[in-house]
Design a protein around this ligand. Structure first.
Ligand code: 13P
Ligand code: SF4
Length: 363
């Protein structure tokens, strides 16, 4: 019998949300630039990338200008894991990571010899915030019989306390494999992703209680209404979305899997339940299709994270310039912590290789 349960012995989710709110209150979205300012910054970045022997690595959720710039300068746009793998394998001495803090940390863990910078170090993730190492460690200690599997959206310290790190593109395969070995799992931090994996694999999973502030906003009622307007549209959803969304989705997958599906699916209209930063790449890979953002709980000012991650939005052209010019916002991970965090990360990479799975982040 599989057993799905929430971490009921943890402090309440309300306490976590208070901390998340504090971080959200500190976010500040860069102001719109005039075209001349924008073009001047782009030229300056191109020059700095060369003189600093640096590569720009951007996530699909960041500003389209940063994504284009990364590709034009032989950098990289992709999901969190592939960003780190590109960083590890590329020739530059400096990586400038446009994304959120855990991505900078993963890049540093996989590339200890490189200088890893970020346009802002204030950019974090509600999943990372809601899974502090001290409480997480206690939770693990209370369940020593369970294999600890954590999502990549966690701090280096949480990774170091785990047996496996997974991204959304490989989580199902890893849990399937562990279940076949008869292992019981302690999963953190995303409860929706954990619950989706549990339902799909039937594994015995104990779940941490945290969620992504962006995906949590997608609402099934609005989605049903939207389906009346677009009856022929396919629904593609990221597994950080609530179960009611995943239940009606045609395809559930990571950012990379969503982009691939959008290209291959025959539907001309596609409703997408993930951060709208991904629309830039979606429109590039399938220019003739119509992409529609799935409905969220609030609108404009009433919604803090209407399908766009407030932390991803903090990455700006000006931030890239400042960081490259002055080597500010450098990501450092303590050596011994990095060594310990590398073990579960490497386990995932080896698993992907030995199973001929493509844990790919480039669509
Ligand atoms: P990926 O691992 O697909 O890049 O997703 C990261 C993320 O933060 C999704 O919200
Ligand atoms: Fe974290 Fe959600 Fe932002 Fe992704 S979109 S970085 S999971 S808060």
């Amino acid at each position: 019998m599989s057993d799905i349960s929430s971490a009921s012995n943890m402090s309440s989710l309300a306490a976590d949300l208070t901390i998340v709110r504090e971080f959200l209150d500190r976010t500040n979205i860069p102001a719109e630039l005039r075209v001349t300012e924008r073009d001047a910054l782009i030229s300056q970045i191109k020059e700095l990338l060369q003189t600093r022997r640096a590569k720009l690595v951007a996530h699909y959720y960041t500003d389209s200008l940063l994504q284009d710039l990364a590709e034009e300068t032989d950098g990289f746009v992709g999901d969190s894991l592939e960003m780190a793998r590109f960083g590890r394998d590329c020739e530059g001495e400096v990586l400038i990571v446009a994304g959120v803090k855990f991505m900078g940390e993963s890049a540093k863990i996989l590339s200890p010899e490189k200088t890893v910078l970020m346009p802002t170090i204030e950019a974090t993730c509600s999943l990372d915030i809601a899974c502090p190492i001290d409480r997480f460690s206690e939770f693990c200690n209370e369940h020593p019989d369970r294999t600890v599997v954590v999502y990549a959206n966690t701090s280096a310290a949480v990774k170091a306390r785990s047996d496996w790190v997974v991204t959304s593109s490989i989580a199902l395969d890893v849990v399937d494999h562990l279940q076949a070995n008869g292992e019981k799992i302690l999963w953190a931090p995303d409860k929706h992703l954990g619950s989706y994996i549990q339902k799909t694999t039937g594994a015995d999973m104990l779940l941490w209680d945290a969620a992504c502030v962006v995906h949590e906003e997608f609402k099934s009622r609005g989605l049903t209404d939207m389906q009346q307007i677009y009856p022929n549209a396919a629904i593609l959803a990221h597994p950080e979305s609530p179960a009611a969304i995943l239940d009606v989705a045609d395809i559930v997958g990571s950012t990379t899997q969503i982009i691939k599906a959008a290209k291959n699916i025959s539907n001309q209209e596609i409703i997408v339940a993930t951060d709208k930063g991904i629309f830039h790449k979606l429109q590039q890979v399938a220019p003739d299709k119509k992409f529609i953002i799935a409905p969220t709980a609030g609108n404009d000012a009433t919604c803090r994270s209407c399908a766009h991650c407030p932390w991803m939005a903090m990455n700006s052209l000006q931030g890239v310039v400042n960081s490259l010019l002055n080597f500010t916002n450098e990501i450092k991970v303590d050596d011994s912590l990095a060594c310990r965090a590398m073990v579960p990360l490497q386990r995932m990479l080896d698993f992907a290789n030995s199973n001929k799975l493509k844990v790919q982040g480039k669509a």
